[in-house]
Design a protein around this ligand. Structure first.
Ligand code: GYE
Length: 320
């Protein structure tokens, strides 16, 4: 706790020293050198997002500087620093975790490079949109968690023994998907979250964590995963333990990947709340608005759909 407070105070001190300067503006021109600092490429969501940025680079006249932090916040910090050194015009950044990337965001600002956070955010108690970075382009993760919880409550009549598979520790979607879901569940006395553990948004970790949790909590009849990759891993663990996903254990999740929609069609998963990875076109239009001198809202919100047995077959062809 004391350590945490010291880290936060240190961050606040760093931020305050840069906060006074105005946000860098963006010159209007035909071609831009655009940095996109991806977090990792170990799941279909990340791969779809990268593809969206690479395709947009062609239509939006970008020279794309692309990096992949391979699951390391420290590497992502040095990737951003190297983009600054290369003199990119703007940086699109999905901060892998809410805090470690803050100093890099501020260094970009200090060097006159506008930063747009995309798909994940930073700790807004420390750094602010419109002051330290231009804006956050992304979904409402709290609402995604609430929607998953409400679907579950309706389906079960408010009863359930739940295992929660959390995303990357310290990342904004993990923090907020947990909050949105847990707060709804807490309103229902016959629902209990038996355990909540990180599977780092990855399929294999989701499978391993579920395997262990099922041994401790054989009475679990719901799994809430913060993303589809972990949900698919959980399905594998359930099947290996001789349980029927979708019948013995309900699965609720977030993202909307092709494998998840297929699992819904197969009756193994109940719901996945969409979290779209197709950020390229939105990145292009928001950047152009900024270059035109428009005032950008602090949160460019992405609206998400909900996939269940009622519409999964209709949307599977456009899934990734
Ligand atoms: O849900 C997950 C990915 O940050 C919104 O990160 C994104 C999340 C997405 O690894 O699958």
């Amino acid at each position: 706790m004391i350590f945490k407070m010291t880290v936060v105070s240190a961050l606040i001190a760093v931020v305050s020293s840069v906060a006074l300067a105005d946000l860098p503006t963006l010159e209007k021109k035909d071609r831009y050198k655009v940095g996109f600092a991806q977090t990792e490429s170990n799941n279909p969501w990340r791969i779809a997002e990268t593809k969206s940025f690479k395709e947009t680079a062609k239509t939006c006249n970008w020279d794309l500087v692309y990096t992949d932090a391979a699951g390391s916040a420290a590497k992502q910090v040095s990737d951003v620093d190297s983009m600054i050194a290369q003199g990119v015009d703007v940086i699109f950044l999905p901060p892998r975790e809410e805090r470690p990337l803050l100093p890099a965001v501020l260094r970009a600002k200090a060097q006159g490079i506008p930063v747009f956070l995309v798909d994940r955010s930073v700790d807004e108690k420390v750094a602010k949109p419109g002051r330290d970075y231009v804006t956050f382009l992304g979904s409402n993760f709290i609402e995604q968690g609430q929607i998953a919880a409400k679907w579950l409550i309706e389906k079960t009549g408010g009863k359930g023994m739940i295992l929660e598979l959390e995303g990357t520790t310290g990342s904004s979607p993990a923090n907020d998907r947990r909050k949105g879901f847990d707060d709804e569940i807490a309103k229902h006395p016959e629902m209990k979250i038996l355990a909540s553990q990180s599977g780092d948004f990855a399929r294999d970790k989701g499978r391993k964590v579920t395997e262990t949790l099922l041994q401790t909590y054989p009475n679990a009849n719901v799994i809430y995963a913060h993303n589809d990759e972990m949900a698919i891993g959980a399905i594998q663990a359930l099947e290996a333990a001789g349980k029927q996903p979708g019948k013995d254990v309900l699965i609720v999740s977030v993202d909307g990947t092709r494998d998840a929609l297929q699992a819904i069609i197969d009756g193994k998963m109940g719901v996945t709340v969409e979290s779209s990875p197709f950020f390229g076109p939105l990145a292009c239009s928001t950047m152009k608005r900024y270059a035109n001198g428009e005032k950008i809202e602090h949160w460019v919100r992405v609206k998400d759909r909900v996939f269940t047995i009622d519409n999964a077959a209709k949307y599977i062809d456009e899934a990734y």
